[in-house]
Design a binder for this molecule. Structure first.
Ligand code: PMP
Length: 440
């Protein structure tokens, strides 16, 4: 019995995996990862794979970066954990200063305060609660959220409520907050007029529900888990204007798009729009340890300061045990420092261009419906030929040494931002051959 077979048998006996149909699990021949370095993964049998999706869109610098590893080890020798509830610590303060310095800037008020959470979903959850409480503390309670169709913002119930991905979210509908879904400007099913359709839908929804809406939440420029649905920046500028007009907050969920992934530090920069709340996660620590954050505009933060005559405190009663864990903050600081020193955001922009060029012949294949890309967020949508086509293409790529993961029939390509040219070539060659094998 191979090492993989024996570990998979033990896994199947004891583990319940996320987003996984366990009736298929062992038959799908899962990969058991043993170690990783740079953009490479090795399984327990010693087979090597190029990590084409940054281990769930997170390892910005690749695995095992010596600078990040050393920063975590140094921090561990000083302070492993300290609560952020009623106390503070130096890596948490320094990381907040760094994130504020990096935050998108423009004509809108700056983002000046950082609230921490543990993962993308819990950052979204915090942002939703902040937005609702802000409405109660600045005017009147506004219980509704406006969200995009096909959206994905995480798996906790608030995040599910502002999601619009039927496969993932339908089952929980009876449990959810009140939201109004609008047409997505990235939805290809709406045809060439999708931008105009989405803008006019947003306008009419805000006209009808405006004074009940505490926030509009969107993934800026591209809806990732929806299948990499990129869209025009004009939609975000309109959302910014409408949020101002109706007194709602604008939330950008940059959990996937942030930290250089789209070839800018933030996707918001493509549009020149600054939201009132911005969530980030995934790439913040470069995948080393779990940490996420909500960046907030000063006027939002100020609405949470108790004033003379208040009958109850305006405190944001929210915060988890591991909020701003010092090891996670140290990992994030090191990741962001290395990114700055090595100009990784500009490298990501160039890598995206290169992958886009390499994928042109793939996009021309009959078996490929569309290739969508913003920076290094790439979706290669294949024409379905029956059952689990995207999955089968990813398995065929794995046989060629490249690890990929599909979203339905869209194969995601989101490698580490520091991927080398030869590795980019290998990735696209393997995907090209995998598509031919499955659909040729
Ligand atoms: N928001 C977006 C846009 C995401 O892509 C994701 C995760 N893919 C999340 C939120 C949830 O993040 P997490 O899985 O870390 O909870």
């Amino acid at each position: 019995m191979s090492a993989s077979a024996s570990w998979i048998a033990r896994d199947a006996a004891a583990v319940w995996h996320p987003f996984t149909q366990h009736a298929d699990w062992t038959g799908d021949d899962p990969t058991v990862v043993a170690r990783a370095e740079g953009p490479w993964l090795w399984d327990v049998d010693g087979r090597r794979y190029l990590d084409g999706v940054s281990s769930l869109w997170t390892t910005t610098l690749g695995h095992g970066h010596p600078g990040v590893n050393a920063a975590i080890a140094d921090q561990l020798a000083k302070l492993d954990h300290a609560t952020f509830l009623g106390a503070s610590h130096t890596p948490g303060i320094e990381l907040s200063e760094t994130l504020i310095a990096l935050a998108p800037k423009g004509d809108d008020p700056d983002l000046t305060k950082v609230f921490y959470a543990g993962d993308g979903s819990s950052a979204v959850e915090a942002a939703l609660k902040i937005a609702y409480q802000y409405s109660t503390q600045t005017g009147h309670p506004r219980p509704k959220f406006v969200r995009l169709n096909h959206a994905y913002h995480g798996d906790t119930l608030g995040a599910v409520a502002v999601g619009g991905h039927d496969l993932f979210h339908q089952a929980y509908k009876p449990l959810l907050l009140e939201t109004v879904g609008i047409e997505s400007p990235g939805d290809r099913a709406l045809g060439a007029d999708r931008l105009t359709t989405a803008i006019s839908h947003l306008r009419s929804v805000m006209h009808e529900h405006g004074d009940q809406v505490c926030a509009i939440i969107v993934e800026p420029m591209i809806q990732g888990a929806a299948g990499m649905l990129d869209y025009d920046a004009a939609f975000l500028r309109e959302a910014r204007t409408l949020a101002y007009t109706y007194g709602a907050l604008l939330i950008f969920d940059e959990v996937a798009t942030g930290i250089g992934r789209t070839g800018r530090m933030w996707a918001a920069e493509h549009a020149g729009v600054v939201p009132d709340l911005l969530t980030c996660g995934k790439g913040v620590t470069g995948g080393y340890l779990p940490l996420s954050a909500v960046l907030a505009a000063e006027h939002v933060y100020e609405a949470f300061l108790t004033r003379p005559g208040d009958s109850s405190p305006r405190t944001f009663f929210h915060g988890h045990t591991y909020t701003a864990n010092p090891l996670c903050c140290a990992a994030a600081l090191a990741n962001l420092r290395v990114m700055g020193e090595q100009d990784v955001v500009a490298r990501a922009d160039r890598l995206g261009e290169r992958l886009g060029k390499l994928l042109e012949p793939v996009a021309a294949k009959d078996a490929v419906t569309e290739v969508r890309r913003l920076g290094t967020m790439i979706g290669v949508e294949v024409a379905p030929d029956g059952h689990r086509t995207g999955f089968r293409v990813c398995r065929a790529a794995r046989d060629r040494g490249v690890w990929l993961r599909p979203l339905g029939d869209t194969v995601v390509v989101m490698p580490p931002l520091t991927l080398g040219d030869d590795e980019a070539d290998l990735l696209v060659e393997a995907l090209d051959a995998a598509i031919d094998e499955v659909l040729g």
